[in-house]
Design a protein around this ligand. Sequence first.
Ligand SMILES: Cc1cc2nc3c(=O)[nH]c(=O)nc-3n(C[C@H](O)[C@H](O)[C@H](O)COP(=O)(O)O)c2cc1C
Length: 202
Amino acid sequence: MKLLHIDSSVLGPHSVSRQVSAAIVARLREITPNLAVVYRDLTATPLSHLSGSHLAAAQGAATPDPALQRDLAAGHAVLDEFLNTDIVVLGAPMYNFTIPSQLKAWIDRIVVAGKTFRYGAQGPEALAGNKRVIVAISRGGFYGPGTPAAALEHLETYLRGVFGFIGIKPEFIAADGIRVGPEQREKALASALDAVTKLRAA
Ligand SMILES: Cc1cc2nc3c(=O)[nH]c(=O)nc-3n(C[C@H](O)[C@H](O)[C@H](O)COP(=O)(O)O)c2cc1C
């Protein structure tokens, strides 16, 4: 079985989502025989944003220059990595109410017509439903139903939507209220790490 581990926090060793995503991978290693893990750090090796010339070259409408060729190759590598894995463990912090732009750049490379979804007679059809995705999310505040900031929650809702679009129902482990204070940070991290110990094998 293959696992793709991805982090997207810019906070390095201070990151909560990185701690939780690492714990998830450690837990899955324990309970899954012969698990092969590939790691991708989207802040250490960022992907560039999509551009018009990228899309034109990807569709064969233009001859790519060397820089664009490298960009296309990086995108193909990321897409192949995703297509070839069974499990994705994703560290996803909330920045300005949604995912980091580094993670959006990755999503732009994996949500690709003809690869992970296609347009059929009845509208879009998902093509990536054979994967398990577990997301470690960390948020500075609280966004649960009924909270004043609930309408600003575009991290979990976005990831649920975009993975759903390609056929995947992600599992979430959340650490919330990280910026409320040190006590809440410890409590949220402990609760997330406890949830990790209860994860089951695929
Ligand atoms: C640039 C930046 C933007 C942030 N924006 C938000 C936000 O919109 N809402 C929120 O609740 N917390 C916000 N936070 C707090 C983070 O969500 C929180 O610190 C979380 O732990 C980040 O995950 P990480 O520790 O894995 O980086 C922000 C933090 C940073 C660095």
